[in-house]
Write a protein that binds this ligand. Structure first.
Ligand code: CP3
Length: 343
């Protein structure tokens, strides 16, 4: 009997330097694909789509059929957690997420156990996808970072986060308690995802920018450490990728303190910073500008080569610094993925 191949993504996260990096793209499923836009018309709304395992599995697999990506990421959203905790969440067409009034934190806390059960459909999506995906391609589960999710819960929508940051200063105890509730529900959700077939777990801290070091340690580093420790405590061994987007120089504080195997870098990450993290034993992921992917041309080709040269000598996962934009030409995606998988 031949042994099932270990997916390249998992080998990279185990610290291996490979002949070529594995590749996947944030938001590889979604509106950049015509087949997604078609599927989307059949769902009542985006939240219902995420909670329909058949449809969500199909959306997860669409980019895998079109491109030779090394990993799929489950089709879901970071805002499913606040909804599962009892805060209203909906998506305004063309505008983005909207959330109802923030319930008292203890009301949310009382829903932590129930929240995991309310997210069972995402586990079913993962099982369906794992059953259909080739063994050499990895399946990634994810959740939002507690601070990023809290910014949406506090502001009620996407924003410049100034109200959430002000809240962090004016109501530190309430914020810390809210983050604790989010750590608990997120850890349970990730354990459930790993048991359902997720082989790697990513924490999207999309709004980690603009925080002073002590605040960053309190509201980003601490909660991420707590999530990883809780998930590990539950016996899950799947590797973690942490993505403190916008953290700038504090990425190094993050990497030194949070026991994640992989650190996802955003578009501003210097080559030298990536190499330092690799030298410290982290696998790095990133960091191609999604605007450059959309723009295409010689500048895109040159930048791809530059990443391969700068980061290819250590454990590296090729990816973007932020998600694919809906109007990105499919040929640009195909060209980059072909270049990486060619080796
Ligand atoms: O392919 C994948 O990356 C997997 C699926 C995925 C989605 N959202 C699907 C989605 C993932 C990993 C996310 C994460 C997410 N969601 C983040 C963190 C990453 C980041 O981009 O910073 C954030 C901040 C959200 C919250 C969110 N969801 C916003 C702000 C929006 C509206 C903006 C937009 O692009 O429309 C969403 C909606 C959303 N999530 C869509 C998709 C495919 C578009 C919804 C639609 O089809 O109408």
């Amino acid at each position: 009997m031949t042994q099932a191949p270990v997916p390249l993504l998992l080998r990279a996260l185990a610290g291996e330097t490979l002949p070529r990096p594995p590749v996947w793209f944030m938001r590889q499923a979604g509106r950049s694909l015509p087949e997604y836009r078609e599927l989307r018309t059949r769902a009542k709304d985006f939240i219902a789509f995420c909670h329909d395992p058949q449809m969500a599995a199909e959306a997860t697999l669409q980019p895998m059929r079109r491109f030779p990506f090394d990993a799929a990421i489950v089709f879901a959203d970071i805002l499913l957690i606040p909804r599962a905790l009892g805060q209203d969440v909906w998506f305004e067409a063309g505008e983005g997420p909207r959330l109802g009034e923030l319930p008292p934190v203890e009301t949310l806390a009382a829903q932590v156990e129930a929240s995991t059960a309310r997210l069972a459909a995402i586990g079913e999506t993962l099982s369906l996808v794992r059953g259909q995906l080739e063994p050499e391609r990895a399946l990634i589960g994810f959740a939002g970072g507690p601070w990023t999710v809290a910014t949406y819960m506090i502001e009620g929508r996407g924003s410049d986060r100034s109200a959430a940051r002000t809240f962090a200063y004016q109501h530190p105890q309430t914020l810390d308690r809210l983050l604790e509730v989010l750590v608990d529900s997120t850890a349970r959700y990730l354990v459930m995802q790993a048991k359902a077939g997720a082989q790697a777990l990513k924490i999207f801290e999309s709004w980690a920018e603009g925080l002073a070091e002590d605040v960053f340690e309190r509201i980003v580093v601490g909660p991420h450490k707590a999530i990883v420790e809780k998930v590990r405590g539950a016996g899950v061994t799947a590797p973690f990728i942490g993505f403190p987007r916008g953290a700038g120089a504090l990425v190094e504080t993050y990497a030194a303190q949070v026991p994640v195997e992989g650190v996802a870098l955003d578009t501003q990450a210097p080559f030298a910073l990536g190499r330092r993290l690799q030298a410290q034993g982290k696998t790095i992921q990133g960091a191609l500008d999604n605007l450059l992917l959309r723009a295409g041309g010689p500048a895109l080709d040159a930048r791809v080569e530059a990443y391969l040269e700068a980061w290819g000598q250590g454990p590296y996962i090729f990816n973007l610094g932020h998600g694919i934009l809906p109007d990105t030409p499919i040929e640009h995606i195909a060209r980059v993925v072909e270049r990486i998988t060619r080796g």
